[in-house]
Design a protein around this ligand. Sequence first.
Ligand code: AMP
Ligand code: GLY
Length: 425
Amino acid sequence: MRVLVVGSGGREHALCWAIAASPLLTKLWCAPGNPGIAAVAECVPIGVLDLPALVAFAKDNAVDLVVPGPEAPLVAGITDAMEQAGIACCGPTAAAAQLEGSKTFAKEVADAAGIPTAQWERFEDAEAARAFIRRRGAPIVVKADGLAAGKGVVVAATEAEALAAVDAMMDQHVFGAAGSSVVIEECLTGDEVSLFALCDGETALPLGSAQDHKRAGDGDTGPNTGGMGSYSPVPMFPPALEQACMEAIIQPALHEMARRGTPFRGILYAGLMLTPDGPKLIEFNVRFGDPECQVLLLKLRSDLLPALQAACDGELKDFDLRWHDVAAIGVVLAARGYPEAPERGSVIRGLVAAGAVPHAAVFHSGTEADADGVLRAAGGRVLTVCAIGKTLKEARDSAYAAVDAVDWPEGFCRHDIGWRALDRG
Ligand code: AMP
Ligand code: GLY
């Protein structure tokens, strides 16, 4: 098979690494890719939102399967565009990607499908939103309706914070059109878990669960980020609970999407809160999480490629995925200043030594290479240093041993990835 992965982060590096191991693969490209990805795929300099160029490339090179990593091209219609050109694409259509592209849409689907989720209301008028907040009080959650690069959610501990979020989103338009309407929600409490499923429109195959670490600093302090690390499995989310959430959350969402005539194919990612009243849906995403993808794929024993193809073909029903009985962990190394203003250009060394730590694997996120091969930071999140182990503690120790081998003084990481699981023994 000839495969094109779309994206340039650690998630796409892990996807390329897994697909490159498939005996079915004959050629792998990644657009635009990164220097780490270049070790397993041919990188082509096309941006993830340049759909005409991606389609032309796929046609010219007789690509059999396109695998988009991030949400933006999915919401923009990459699957529709590829399918129109007769090329299989393992992701939802633009209509189905609205599960991530619009918070209102996701909430409507959840309500119609009877999926447990936070009570919510949508506002197009800032005055009405403020009145609602004053009536309901804090804590309360304010969300920009559209895509805001993972930054459009404010969990407000005080009424003033919630009112300020409405000012910023609706009056100052800090997220542009994404904030012209807002969803205001009941604040849920509990452990957060991400559940992943590969879907073919009807059948959902569990891909496992992981816990992300959204805050930049140890002990869950500091600003929100795209995710500073993750681990899997999550002991607070045992297999029986995962199965229950497949039945109560993922499967009903698939039914509802099919019923609306917009069946969901690709990876469905449910962000869950394990509340005292049971698991509740926080949000849907229509892709793998980053860095959750890296740890989940390290555990996968089966060939990923035929599973992705089966999802496109509507043939997941009799499909089975096998997993290594291990724990996996990923620690993100970010450039100083992330998330507000990451410094670019510092030199990264020691990756060969890091990758040589037993059971460790290093995925590139935001890196670039000079003409002479020197590797430099080129983004906020720069590397995901991962490891597997018989236990989470063993995996954690290997991952941090590999982190220590990376020679990059201008980078930082959290030192407590996995703490919620490890502190509970
Ligand atoms: P997002 O950026 O959309 O992934 O959401 C950011 C974070 O906001 C989530 O990971 C949760 O921690 C938090 N969050 C979103 N909705 C709620 C809610 N209704 N109650 C409590 N926390 C929430
Ligand atoms: N790590 C969270 C996400 O990819 O949305």
